[in-house]
Every structure is written in structure tokens, then in C-alpha cells.
Design a protein around this ligand. Structure first.
Ligand SMILES: [Zn+2]
Length: 314
């Protein structure tokens, strides 16, 4: 990869020059800004080259970066996971429809990949637009007869008057979030809505937990590491107001459920060791299945993610 030795010498978010190096992984450095605690990959890399050649190298390859792991532990390629993508997008769109009617809206999917989300949105009556850094992804959209798709970055988009935007797992991939959100503000209508879901990170965990660091610091394709607070701030700065986030009690419910599940599986393991024929009692089985049913139910009503509304032009 060319340009790899070029170094970011200031915070990409607040442009403060007071930064320090936290740790290294895969020859990349996680740097932290002393001004705003934003975390980022210090070394530069050729962004579009990287995505076009490496990231979506092969949609059909289960061993590629973009593959997904199924419940049974087997890997499935990005393309073969299309039903899952469709389900995820359906939930996102149903959520957005509460804030902005999708029918006849202009909808843009940022990081649209092969266009699974765009096809679902089209079925729901939106005029769809897509952008992705991967040329290959855009060609695949065109094969699916999605016309208004562009390879490149948000700031290069020739579209206007967008009402609804989806940014699903893209913010952490953006080298310059300010530039992208500024561009987003320009192409959107006032009172337009943006769905955002991305990995949120904690500086304390990066500092104190080696496992967390190794699991979560995935350079270079994850290059911007937002805490929830910083993410909301950067959207506010660019003219967006937070109008939805998954309520806290839902997280507590899930925590309680996973705690119960751990208790039960420990018990299950012990029973299994003592007598291989013993299984969970009927009552315990019910708790298990009710839990997963509730999980799905709750997820439908309180989907993960954030919704921002555009409140001013910048
Ligand atoms: Zn900063």
C-alpha cells in the first residue's frame, strides 16, 4: 500500500496537534487526541485503493474481509448473507418511516455495497440513491438495475434534495468525518433524517484492556473510533439533532437476559458433566426460548442505532 508512511499529525476531528500514540497493531498506530479524546489510525493509507483492492476484494469469497459468521460458526460470504442484509435493512427502514414517510422520499444509502438496502427501500416506495467507495459494489448495483449509484465519497456526490439517509457501519471507516458530514448537510433537505449505526468505542477500554484493544482496533479499515458522546457532538456540529436512540432500559433488559443465560448455561454444563442424559428442565427451557423471542420482539420496536434530523443548513 502506497502512502503508508504519511502520518496524521493532528486530530482529524478537532484539528488539535496535541496527540499521543496509544498502541500499535498490524503496523498501524492508534493515536488519541488530548483535546477531544478522539481515537484514530495515525498512518495514512490509500483509501480508495484499499477498499477497491482489499476490502470488497471478492463478495463471493467466504474468507474475505467482508464475510459474516453464522450462528453455527461457519463463514458465509457477504453475497450469500443477502437475506440477513435484507432483514437488517427492513428494520432500519421501518424505524426511519416513523420519522419521515419513505413513500416518494429521496433516499440515499451511504456505503450501499451491492444495493440490498436500496432494493428494500425501492419496494417501500422511495427513490433510491447509493454511494460506495468500491467500484465493484457499484457495478453490482447496476446489474440489479439500480440506476442512481455512484462510486466515490460523499463529498463527490452529484445528488441533491435527499430526505432520508442510511449510514450503517460506515462512520468508523471514514478518514475525515467532518468533510463527509458537511457534504451530507449540503445534499439533504431540511428536516431530513439520517439513520446511523456504527461501532462505538471506549478510550478507557482501549487503554486498560488488551483483549478489547485487539478485538476492536481493526486498522486500517476501521480508522475513526468514536465514543457515543463524540459521535452525537459531531452530528450536532454539522446541523443535525438526535431524535432517536435505543432506550437504556432495553440494554438493561438484554444485560439481565444474558446474565440469566450465562447462569443457565453454567448449570447446563454442570448437569451435562454429572449425567449426560440430564438436560434443562421444561421451566428453564421456557425461560430460554421466551428470552430469545423477547429479544427479537424488543429489537423490532427499539432497533439498535441512532436517528438524527437535519435542523439547519451549515
Ligand atoms: Zn481532537
Amino acid at each position: 500500500m502506497e502512502n503508508k508512511n504519511t502520518i496524521q499529525d493532528k486530530c482529524p476531528l478537532c484539528h488539535n496537534k496535541d496527540i499521543y500514540d496509544l498502541r500499535k497493531r498490524f503496523e498501524y498506530t492508534l493515536s488519541v487526541c488530548r483535546g477531544c479524546d478522539f481515537m484514530f489510525v495515525k498512518e495514512d493509507f490509500n483509501y480508495s485503493d484499499y477498499y477497491n483492492r482489499y476490502y470488497f476484494d471478492n463478495y463471493d469469497n467466504p474468507e474475505a474481509f467482508c464475510s459474516n459468521i453464522k450462528n453455527d460458526g461457519t463463514e458465509v460470504s457477504y453475497a450469500d448473507n443477502r437475506n440477513e442484509h435484507k432483514k437488517v435493512y427492513t428494520n432500519i427502514l421501518l424505524l426511519l418511516n416513523r420519522f419521515k414517510k419513505l413513500k416518494n422520499s429521496n433516499l440515499l444509502d451511504v456505503g450501499c455495497a451491492e444495493g440490498y438496502g436500496l432494493l428494500v427501500a425501492k419496494d417501500m416506495g422511495s427513490n433510491v440513491f447509493g454511494v460506495d467507495v468500491s467500484v465493484d459494489a457499484i457495478n453490482r448495483c447496476k446489474e440489479k438495475k439500480i440506476r442512481d449509484v455512484y462510486s466515490g465519497e460523499l463529498s463527490e456526490l452529484p445528488v441533491r434534495n435527499i430526505d432520508v439517509v442510511i449510514m450503517n457501519d460506515v462512520l468508523e471507516h471514514m478518514r475525515d468525518p467532518n468533510k463527509n458530514l458537511q457534504a451530507l448537510n449540503k445534499i439533504m433537505n431540511e428536516s431530513g433524517v439520517v439513520f446511523v449505526k456504527n461501532n462505538l468505542f471506549s478510550l478507557n477500554s482501549f487503554k486498560n484492556d488488551q483483549n478489547y484493544f485487539e478485538r476492536q482496533f481493526e486498522p486500517p479499515y476501521h480508522c475513526s473510533y468514536f465514543s457515543k458522546k463524540r459521535m452525537i457532538e459531531v452530528f450536532n456540529k454539522h446541523g443535525f439533532k438526535l431524535v432517536y436512540q435505543k432506550p437504556k432500559f432495553v440494554y438493561y433488559m438484554f444485560e439481565l437476559y444474558s446474565f440469566m443465560k450465562r447462569l443457565l448455561s453454567k448449570k447446563q454444563r454442570q448437569m451435562h458433566c454429572n449425567n449426560k442424559k440430564t438436560r434443562l428442565s421444561k421451566k428453564e427451557r421456557n425461560i430460554y426460548s421466551t428470552g430469545s423471542f423477547l429479544g427479537r420482539f424488543v429489537n423490532e420496536f427499539f432497533p439498535s442505532g441512532f436517528v438524527f434530523k437535519k435542523v439547519r443548513n451549515i
